[in-house]
Design a protein. Structure first.
Length: 232
């Protein structure tokens, strides 16, 4: 991955707060290249290893409920680019048209197979395709839908200097986000005013401390979290 010149960034990202983070990343160009190489190599290896398990999951989804195998939704990644994320469908067909953009605890739209996939984050395996095509990385800010990105403040815009990620420190700490949101009736307001700002503190901190070593640590920590084991 090669960082764009400041002048080539989208105008909505050019502010003093983003510049602070841009300067940090500009000094780590080699690490950014290694990050992309890591994504390509590990992404390809995992895709080869997991192709058969993913095929089995796809069959289970089709047998469990009507609808497509994949859930494709428009999200935002590096430099504000829009893309359609790949995820195994865990909800009833067209669930995004009959409910909120975020998922809450005991969401009635979640299918039987979908609940199991979510427990172990297996619904995110198809995002290996997004990693390989450059829309995502293994580690980075989770890709938000357009309406939430439109609520970003000047600091939050800095997270768009890097590709969206499958996991992050924020994702680990807010692994029970659905349960948290499920306690409130005004889910959108709670997410935008409380949850999103707290998650962004970790996302912005990760940019300041960006290194390949730290990203590998996050990936290992994610595995332990999914396995529901303590990791320090």
């Amino acid at each position: 991955m090669i960082l764009k010149r400041w002048d080539d960034l989208p105008d909505f990202m050019k502010n003093e707060r983003v510049w602070e983070y841009y300067e940090i990343l500009e000094k780590k160009k080699m690490s950014l290249i290694l990050k992309r190489l890591f994504d390509l190599v590990i992404g390809f290896v995992l895709l080869v290893i997991l192709v058969i398990p993913m095929g089995i999951i796809a069959l289970l989804i089709k047998l469990d409920s009507k609808g497509p195998i994949f859930f494709r939704q428009e999200r935002i990644t590096i430099y504000g680019k829009k893309f359609k994320i790949h995820k195994f469908r865990t909800m009833v067909n067209e669930a995004d048209k009959i409910g909120m953009s975020v998922t809450v605890d005991r969401d009635s739209r979640i299918t039987r197979v979908g609940a199991k996939l979510r427990d172990y984050r297996l619904d995110e395996l198809p995002q290996l395709l997004d990693v390989l095509n450059g829309n995502m990385s293994f580690v980075g800010t989770r890709p938000e839908v357009v309406k939430y990105v439109e609520k970003y403040n000047c600091d939050m815009m800095a997270t768009l200097l890097l590709p969206a990620g499958i996991t992050s420190e924020a994702s680990i700490r807010y692994k029970d986000e659905a349960k948290l949101l499920g306690r409130d009736h005004d889910i959108d307001r709670v997410y935008v005013e409380k949850v999103l700002p707290e998650k962004m503190k970790y996302n912005l901190k990760s940019i300041k401390e960006f290194s390949i070593f730290n990203e590998i640590k996050i990936m290992i920590k994610t595995i332990f979290t999914v396995m529901q084991k303590e990791y320090e």
